[in-house]
Design a protein around this ligand. Structure first.
Ligand code: ADP
Ligand code: MG
Length: 360
């Protein structure tokens, strides 16, 4: 893979070495259900966790009123205590017999992690970046990885993208290895910085992955215009990146990431450099894009409101060591509207998540 191609697909300058990883067993830590036809039903984790159910009802500006329940699942695994991060082990067991039928895993998860651990070694130093992370993400789900700086969000995303390999544990994508998923071009990646080439017009930046794949010119041009329309940049195809605002540049990066029609879109704090107004607008636009593209999105953020607004579920990561400390269902109806940001349910979810951090 050439550097140019690597940059185009991943927005990064280097990849780690690749090697096969073991396939995951049929057992899983979290039991999930797929999205309902009507919308995005709760995908509920279970295992060695406790849950707090809070009934809420949501009224939107269009007078839609629904009943929803919001669940925060806290890990109770004592091995996650920050005081003894390394020595203890955690292995969770699914007691599926105790689950409601709707919560039993029926399909292979799109992304599955089981006891994933990641240590960085620099010289004699070792950093435990992620400790015993287990989670499942369903196909078509929108999830956020939320946490403060240094809790391992980027590491987790890079593991999913096969840009890093876990020190231990199992990570599979649709039942296969992350490497196979990468080679099958299942991933699109968007980073905090849009990584556009200043000397290329917007349309040529978006076309880059298609050029590298030798997609015929006419087909390529049609696809690029389609993508630019999708992200609201149809009129800016012939501009250069430096002629666009930060938000527009990031939309171009999203269009480029979608060029290969990835099943999984991995986004690492894509809007965190933007002002609050642009960010909220981009959040709404991203949901509208997702609604059309219907892929799986893993979205990294340190903003609680952003994670609530966007997600079906929020994976809360806590630091020292980086670990999954809670999984929060977001039962707000879809399509999500700007007015929902002012609803009591929205604030309640924010409070639930804020209370679920550990050691911050
Ligand atoms: P986040 O994205 O949540 O800010 P990161 O995944 O970037 O967190 O980092 C998690 C931890 O791993 C931090 O303590 C960070 O310093 C460390 N870390 C990340 N990348 C490396 C690396 N390449 N070498 C050594 N330590 C790293
Ligand atoms: Mg990061």
């Amino acid at each position: 893979m050439s550097n140019l191609f690597t940059n185009a697909l991943f927005g990064m300058s280097s990849l780690s070495s690749f090697s096969s990883k073991p396939k995951v067993s049929e057992s899983t830590i979290w039991a999930t259900t797929q999205k309902s036809v009507a919308g995005h039903s709760a995908i509920t984790p279970t295992s060695k966790i406790t849950s707090t159910a809070i009934s809420t009802s949501i009224s939107t500006s269009t007078s839609t009123s629904i009943s929803a329940s919001s669940n925060v699942f806290h890990s109770t695994d004592s091995s996650l205590a920050p005081t003894d991060p390394v020595s203890s082990s955690s292995s969770s067991v699914v007691d599926s017999a105790s689950l409601p039928a709707s919560m039993v895993l029926t399909d292979t998860p799109e992304i599955s992690l089981k006891d994933v651990e990641m240590r960085y070694r620099t010289g004699t130093n070792e950093v435990l970046a992620l400790h015993q992370v287990s989670l499942d993400i369903a196909k078509g789900e929108f999830v956020s990885l939320l946490g403060p700086s240094g809790c391992g969000k980027t590491t987790l995303l890079r593991l999913m993208a096969d840009l890093l390999e876990p020190t231990s544990g199992e990570l599979t994508v649709a039942g296969n290895s992350a490497r196979e998923a990468r080679l099958a071009r299942k991933y699109g990646i968007v980073f905090q910085s849009p990584v556009l080439y200043d000397w290329r017009k917007v349309k040529h930046n978006v076309a880059l992955p298609l050029e590298m794949m030798n997609v015929p010119r006419k087909e390529r041009e049609e696809k690029v215009m389609e993508l630019l329309e999708l992200v609201g940049l149809g009129k800016f195809a012939d501009k250069y990146p430096w002629q666009l605002s930060g938000g527009m540049q990031q939309r171009a990066a999203i269009a480029r990431a979608l060029a290969m029609e990835p099943e999984i879109l991995l986004m690492d704090e894509p809007f965190s450099a933007l002002d609050e107004f642009s960010r909220e607008r981009l959040n709404e636009e991203l949901l509208s894009i997702w609604n059309k593209v219907q892929n799986t999105i893993v979205f990294v953020t340190h903003s609680i409101p952003e994670s609530v607004f966007l997600s079906d579920r929020v994976f809360v990561l806590s630091p020292h060591p980086g670990r999954l400390s809670a999984v929060v269902d977001i039962p707000l109806p879809r399509p999500r509207t700007a007015e929902m940001r002012n609803s009591p349910e929205f604030f309640e979810l924010i409070a639930n998540i804020r209370n679920s951090f550990e050691g911050v």
